[in-house]
Design a protein around this ligand. Structure first.
Ligand code: PEP
Ligand code: MN
Length: 329
C-alpha cells in the first residue's frame, strides 16, 4: 500500500519551494490549507524525513485515510454549526425524518429545543427506495425547516442529494450527505467546495476505512468542517433495521480527529430501540446524536416506526446527561 507523508508548515512558510523539491519523478504532491495551517501531502513516501526550514512537523501515514487521521492532527476538531460547537459535549440534533407537515411548526421547533435539541434536523429531499414513495417537500420543506430554526434560534441540518440544489440550501447550517451518497465522490467534492460544515453518513455497505476515507474527499477540497456519522450497516442479521457498528464509533474516536455522530434511528428501525442505541453510542464516545423526532409519528410519511415523540426526546436527552456524568467523559 502507498504510504503518504504529511507536512505541517510553519505559520508563514511558503510551501511552493518544498512542493517543488518533493514533486519530482513519481512523487505526487498536494498543497492544502486546513484549520488555518498550510499542509503539504506527498506520496509515495520514501520513508525518510525531509529536511527543510519551513517544516514544523512531518509524519508518515500508512493508511487509506490521511487527512481525517489523528496521526497528523492530535487534537480534536470542533465543528462550528451555526454557533453550536460539535465535539465539545454531546450535541443532539433532532427532528423529523422528512418535513411532511405544515402546521404548528414554530411550536414544534420550540418543543424540540425545550426537550434538549441543540440542532434541528429535517429532510426535504428524501432518497427513497421507490420513486413512488414520498420524496420530500423539496424547497417548501427547506423553507419550513428554516422557519423552525428561526423560531427556536437553533441551527438546522438537512440532506442534500444534488449539488444543483445548493442555492436552495442557503440558510441551512449543516449539509447532510446520506448513506446512499456516501461514496458519490463528485457530490462530496462539490458540496465540500461550498465551505459549509458537512455531516457525512457512513454508506450502509461501507467498511470503516471506506467511511473514514470519504472525509478525505471533503477535506482535500480544503473543507475541514466534517462530522462523521455512523448510521448502521448491512450485515447478515436483520434483528434490527441496520447493525449499529458501535466499535467503529470507538475506533473512529481513537483514530480520527473529527467529531463522530451516531444516528440511532435508522439502525433501530423501531422506536423502542432508539434510546438504548443512543446510550451505547454515547458510551462508545459519540460527540453527537442525530435522532428522528416527529410531532405525530403515526402520521409520518417516511420512517414512521422509528420516529420518537418530543416527550421521548426529553427522556433521551436526560439519559444522555446522566450517562455522561456516570462515565465522566
Ligand atoms: C436520514 O437521516 O433521513 C437518512 C435518509 O439517513 P440515511 O442516509 O442514513 O439512510
Ligand atoms: Mn429517516
Amino acid at each position: 500500500m502507498v504510504k503518504y507523508r504529511v507536512f505541517v508548515l510553519k505559520g508563514d512558510a511558503d510551501s511552493s519551494e518544498l512542493a517543488e523539491k518533493l514533486g519530482k519523478g513519481n512523487v505526487s504532491v498536494k498543497k492544502l490549507k486546513l484549520y488555518s495551517r498550510n499542509l503539504l501531502l506527498a506520496w509515495p513516501d520514501s520513508g525518510k524525513p525531509v529536511d527543510h526550514p519551513g517544516i514544523e512537523f512531518q509524519t508518515s501515514i500508512d493508511s487509506e485515510f490521511i487527512l481525517s487521521s489523528r496521526e497528523w492532527k492530535r487534537d480534536d476538531t470542533i465543528v462550528d454549526v451555526g454557533g453550536v460547537h460539535v465535539g465539545r459535549d454531546v450535541t443532539i440534533a433532532a427532528g423529523p425524518c422528512s418535513i411532511d407537515f405544515t402546521e404548528n411548526i414554530e411550536e414544534f421547533a420550540s418543543q424540540l429545543k425545550k426537550a434538549g435539541a441543540h440542532i434541528i434536523r429535517g429532510g426535504a429531499y428524501k432518497p427513497r427506495t421507490s420513486p413512488f414513495s414520498f420524496q420530500g417537500k423539496g424547497t417548501e420543506g427547506l423553507d419550513i425547516l428554516k422557519k423552525m430554526g428561526e423560531a427556536s434560534g437553533l441551527p438546522v441540518v438537512s440532506e442534500i442529494l444534488d449539488s444543483d440544489n445548493l442555492k436552495d440550501f442557503n440558510g441551512v447550517d449543516l449539509l447532510q450527505i446520506g448513506s446512499r451518497n456516501a461514496q458519490n465522490f463528485q457530490l462530496l467534492r462539490k458540496v465540500a467546495r461550498d465551505g459549509r460544515p458537512i455531516l457525512l453518513k457512513r454508506g450502509m455497505g461501507n467498511t470503516y476505512t471506506e467511511w473514514m476515507a470519504t472525509a478525505d474527499y471533503v477535506m482535500s477540497e480544503g473543507n475541514g468542517s466534517v462530522i462523521l456519522c455512523e448510521r448502521g450497516i448491512r450485515t447478515f442479521d436483520n434483528a434490527t433495521r441496520f447493525t449499529l457498528d458501535i466499535g467503529s464509533i470507538a475506533r473512529g474516536k481513537n483514530e480520527s480527529h473529527l467529531p463522530i455522530c451516531a444516528d440511532p434511528s435508522h439502525p433501530a428501525g423501531t422506536r423502542e430501540l432508539v434510546i438504548p442505541m443512543t446510550l451505547s453510542s454515547v458510551a462508545a464516545g459519540a460527540d453527537m446524536i442525530l435522532v428522528e423526532v416527529h410531532p405525530n409519528p403515526d402520521l409520518a410519511l417516511s420512517d414512521g416506526k422509528q420516529q420518537i415523540t418530543v416527550r421521548d426526546l426529553a427522556k433521551l436527552a436526560e439519559s444522555v446527561k446522566s450517562l455522561r456524568q456516570a462515565i465522566r467523559v
